[in-house]
Design a protein around this ligand. Sequence first.
Ligand SMILES: *Cc1c(COP(=O)(O)O)cnc(C)c1O
Length: 639
Amino acid sequence: MDHYSVKMRAARVGEHISGAEKIVPAASVPKTVAQLAERALSHEKGTPDFINIKIEDPGEILRLESLSVTTNVTATASEGRARAAELLKAAGIIRIDEIMARFAECHAMRGAMLLDADTLERLEPDSVRGVRATYMDDADSLQKGTASGKNHYAEAIVLATKVQNAPGIVGEICVSDDPNYVTGYVATRGIGYQRITVLKEKGDPNGGRIFLYRGPRADVAKTIAFLEHQSVIVDHVPVLDTPLPSRRFAGLESDLAAISSAGLSRHCHALSSPTGPHASFQSKDPAIKQPNNFLLVLSSNDYLDLAGDARVIEAGAEGMRRWGAGSGGSRLTTGTQPPHTELEDHLARFKGTEAAIIFGTGYMANVGTITALVKKGDAILSDELNHASIIDGCRLSGADVIVYRHADLEDLSRKLASCREHRRRLVVSDAVFSMDGDLLDLPRFLEICRRHDAFSMIDEAHATGVVGKTGRGLAEHFGCEHPDITLGTLSKALGAEGGFVCGSQTLIDYLRNKARSFIFSTAPSGGVMAAADAALTVLEQEPERVARLRRNTELFVAELAKRGIAVRTDSAIVPVPVGDERRALEASARLREKGFLIPAIRYPTVARGSARLRCALMSAHTESELIAAAKAVAEVLSF
Ligand SMILES: *Cc1c(COP(=O)(O)O)cnc(C)c1O
């Protein structure tokens, strides 16, 4: 025997893992077997339970010239279908949408579906098994005597070439059944192999092969015999040596198009004014009407108007002149200067804890702290409405993340009770929930954590400077102890930039040694630290700012209530529920036209269908401004 057909199939109970076939010279059989076994054992779908390798006489071998190959770059599935329809029309195949709908029937089939190209009747004798195109290889294997180095693109071209040479076959459509793989192809002898980069929607599990037949029913058996038994070697299969060039960007473009059509597109609107309660706004977009080019800002986290405070700015500018524009290194190398350590001491005094540590941002503080404290084998209990930076820290930690219902401390307690086997338990919650404005019940939270010997951690990003008589946060508000870990940001009420954690000396020493976002990132500049320090001093010296912020919030809520809009808050965040994403966007756009900057908050920041106008108040807003804002909100929502 000159040649052998070598086939491999690997599977786990009931699940196909991989398969391949070769036609090779007799001398190459051992090497080919080894290569196919290797391939079966290293498949990304996992290890097989059994590998079947069959070596047999291929019979008479037919040589075929490869179909030509063309790549069609499409951005969306509908564009891909339109392209496929256009290409197949030349072969008189017109019912492409109906044909592609049949992929839903392909699920359990090992082989392809054989359809009458015109009536779309199924022609396979066994409709569960389908028709298998097999006994084929590209000429490389034959010449080099090795399993070809070409990838599965080449295998698909070999298959398509054999199929298009079968008697009666006029075309083929193929899409993967992998929901994440959206590339497919259509083929005929006339158009060749036409790869279409996006031929189905991402997430669509339907796929398979459909062979299209035209001819007498009596000849179907001949077609199937050719597909299933005739050995074929394909010459001149083009090598796809670089991965498809633009598929990766076509994928991004189609994702963006989907985001946009769902009303979820995001843009940065540049304000042309310093941070503060008022903003000017110049849009290059003529569609955005801006009669007075002046906006009242009800969306800033600069709650106490400290970002624009002359003393804070001067301290920052002086700090920058003195210490440099940047810190030049990580905190553990050259990036620690007096402003860093002074601010850490100041924060610890302000919060009433033993020590504090500063991070580049609040986001980094959450990610760094959570990943330092817990890992695989530990448990994190996290409120379902916690901030994204907490969620990311949880994910990155590798610990078991157990989400409890929002503010449901009974649920927390129950879930904690089932975590006794874990090495460590960490319970983490926003102090003020950033999209709803409600407060964590800290005394009960602490009591539950203590009972289960769990670390207690709160994120006071929206609480520092806002909650408690003098803005010291939740512990001050409730008159209770501090949790083990209190996290905050310098970038909201303190008007600067950076994140921090307050707690025991042990905790802070530990984070300095273990928190990767502290260790492996450049320290914030001494100037920014000096600005934050000055802001903290202003907050301590002028607690009336906190009181004014609270009065403003109460006034705004009362003014909304007068106009039939019932909202509640325990902080300076006032969410006005809208529901529908597009309606919220529309309301926000109208408010902007009226001179109010109030953003629409949408999925994925909040759940789908719970879009809202999120108002954030400042101590610097005046009574008349807030009355006007409440009036405007009521007006835009009455449509
Ligand atoms: C804003 C925010 C953060 C992130 O703080 P940055 O300093 O802006 O990175 C973390 N947690 C919560 C609850 C926040 O609202």
